[in-house]
Design a protein around this ligand. Sequence first.
Ligand code: NAI
Length: 283
Amino acid sequence: QDVEGKVAFITGGSSGIGRGIGLAFARAGMTVVISGRRQEHIDETRAEFADAGLEVDSVLLDVTDRDAVERAAEETERRHGRVDVLVNNAGIGLTGPVMEATPADWDWLIDVNIKGVGNGIAAFVPRIRAHGQGGHIVNTASMAALMPIVAGLYSMTKAAVVALSEALAIELAADGIGVSAYCPGPVHSNIAGAVANRPAQYGESGYTPPPAEFLERAKTQPYMSYVEAGERVLNGVRRNDLFILTHPEFRAGVQERFDTTLAAFPDEPIDEARAAAIPFLTG
Ligand code: NAI
């Protein structure tokens, strides 16, 4: 679809992948509004846009605050007249063994990675629907959603984002609103360090934040740049892809996971009467 002149709101657009998505969108002629939790990251992002000769609007926002997300949607419409594209990208990368997570770890992950996405959808989709000219929703999940990797509850939250995206794609098709589940592999960002920024309300974690050497070493790894990760999203939106994938390195793992799923079906004929009675069988 044509993206020029469209208004996009990107949560977690002040850092890493979200910043890359914002840069790609702005270069494509879109009006970009980014939200982030930390003012210094927003300022840094605004400077990067300015250096590239691009414009960006910004708002401080915690995606777990439903009323604040609603106000941000209202303010975006007030300032830019409309909103066409929503990118639910804000997320936290709290990973580790499931059995070591505290109840507060469960809460933080679910609040940001799942309910934060829900808050974005609740606030923005009715506005996109209302203007009747279609639009697009991108939900940032992860490769951790599509194959088992050692990420524990993080994978659970990202699998939820994929399932939600698939459901919404069916639901919003009639309104001309496309939906993409974005599932990148490793991308350079602040994700590993951000867990040290845990809001006080979430209390004790069962995980130790990664040491400084780990964060330093990560910077030198040949991960994908956030700029490239953002360009992949722009291409996916233009093509209205349901899945936006970035790293063919994971293909074999995903294949194995789906092969295992298919192999688990009982090897017996379909019961036609039972099949006809299944109301949500869309395939
Ligand atoms: P990042 O830490 O650099 O950026 C995360 C952004 O989310 C920041 O702008 C931060 O302010 C925002 N955020 C976090 N909690 C928030 C809250 N409660 N309210 C509002 N904003 C909040 O990390 P990165 O890597 O750019 O992450 C973006 C998304 O990409 C996340 O959903 C992450 O799970 C996902 N992802 C990242 C991968 C990577 O390798 N970097 C791989 C796969 C998925």
